[in-house]
Design a binder for this molecule. Structure first.
Ligand code: PMP
Length: 356
């Protein structure tokens, strides 16, 4: 039976990419991709292509570096703070959810005096703050473009002349962005890019080597990674390889522009159902609804058993909300087909027809 993976990440990737990745596990130019040296020229070509495809997909300007590191976006919280720290050692952060809070916590540990100038914690992060003043006496501004756990997404990015840093883990490659608006973008691979293991950094070259932090382990220093063409140490070889395959697939299928249209169609389909179905209600502010993670609940928990049984029987997996919020979360990353969303919508409608 066909599975419909609505998991929040690691998550669905295109079937074709899975097949190509599987082939390379057996045969990558005569070796397995799992045994090939990262210093082999064939693998250096993979790393080069994986970096270049990011540039193509997002129209990254020439004065930016694209790097693949390890440590997830969680290490990104620290790497961002250490690399962006300047004379004031202060930074402005927006607190829009669990991951944004994590970024704040780690920045403080890295020695940043954090000014949380906007927060949606008052309503359990169910909206994106709009009424705020961006501080000017700080080294940089940090925000999280898509809040994976709570299902909210910035529709407009904060505007500032200060260096802008974004954790784009859960919506990068889902829409067009203007990279030039940012000094640093980082994202764990395991949503729209590839399997877990790699973390993507897109950093403006002028940022590199300017940190005022007294503590800067070599691995945390983006300048060192840039100088070594993202091969400072052993990179996450397989994760980068599959990211390359996935980026090839993305570009062959219309790039991020086409993905944005697909993602909009999927979002419209599911949000329309949530709004019109008498059994369900969305949990986030309508104007801030994420196209990547759709959070909703049953109005009456009495239907939970029937609903859970029905979506599982339809081949749907990964629909439970994050353990910290409960309810349901349909993650609809690039590779999820509209057809899969239709299966979920049919299950919801069927339940309403039986029980409403
Ligand atoms: N930021 C965001 C927006 C996320 O969605 C996640 C993970 N889902 C993280 C950070 C943490 O990423 P990682 O597990 O790769 O460290």
């Amino acid at each position: 039976m066909k599975k419909h993976n609505f998991g929040a990440g690691p998550c669905i990737l295109p079937q074709e990419v899975f097949k190509q990745a599987a082939d390379a596990v057996i045969d990558f130019n005569g070796l397995s991709i799992l045994e090939v040296s990262h210093r082999h020229k064939d693998y250096e070509a993979v790393m080069d292509e994986a970096r270049n495809l990011v540039k193509q997909a997002l129209n990254v300007p020439d004065d930016y570096e694209v790097l693949y590191l390890q440590g997830g976006a969680t290490l990104g919280f620290t790497i961002a703070a250490l690399n962006m720290m300047r004379d004031t050692k202060r930074a402005g952060y927006m607190n829009t959810g669990t991951w944004a809070s994590g970024a704040i916590k780690e920045a403080k540990k890295a020695g940043i005096d954090v000014n949380v100038f906007a927060s949606s914690e008052d309503k359990n992060f169910n909206y994106i703050p709009k009424d705020y003043t961006i501080p000017t006496d700080v080294d940089y501004i940090h925000f999280t473009s898509n809040n994976t756990i709570f299902g909210t997404q910035f529709k407009e990015f904060p505007k500032t002349d200060l260096p802008l840093v974004c954790d784009m883990s859960s919506d990068i490659f889902s829409q067009e962005i203007n990279v030039a608006d940012f000094d640093l973008i980082y994202a764990g691979a395991q949503k729209n890019l590839g399997p877990a293991g790699a973390t993507l950094y897109i950093v403006k070259k002028s940022v590199l080597g300017k940190s005022t932090s007294t503590f800067m382990p070599s691995y945390m220093d983006l300048k060192i990674h840039a100088e070594k063409d993202s091969m400072f140490n052993t990179p996450p070889v397989f994760s980068v390889y599959v990211a390359m395959l996935n980026l090839r697939h993305l570009l062959a299928n219309g790039g991020v522009k086409a993905m944005a249209a697909r993602n909009k169609a999927k979002g419209d389909l599911l949000y329309n159902e949530i709004d019109s179905n008498p059994l369900f209600v969305g949990t986030t502010a309508v104007e801030d609804r994420s196209l990547m993670n759709v959070n909703f609940v049953l109005k009456d928990e009495a239907h939970k058993e029937a609903f859970d049984a029905a979506w599982k029987a339809a081949g749907i997996v990964g629909l439970n909300g994050h353990r910290s919020v409960g309810g349901y979360r349909a993650s609809m990353y690039n590779a999820l087909e509209l057809e899969s969303v239709q299966v979920l919508v049919d299950v919801m409608r069927d339940l309403a027809n039986k029980h409403a």
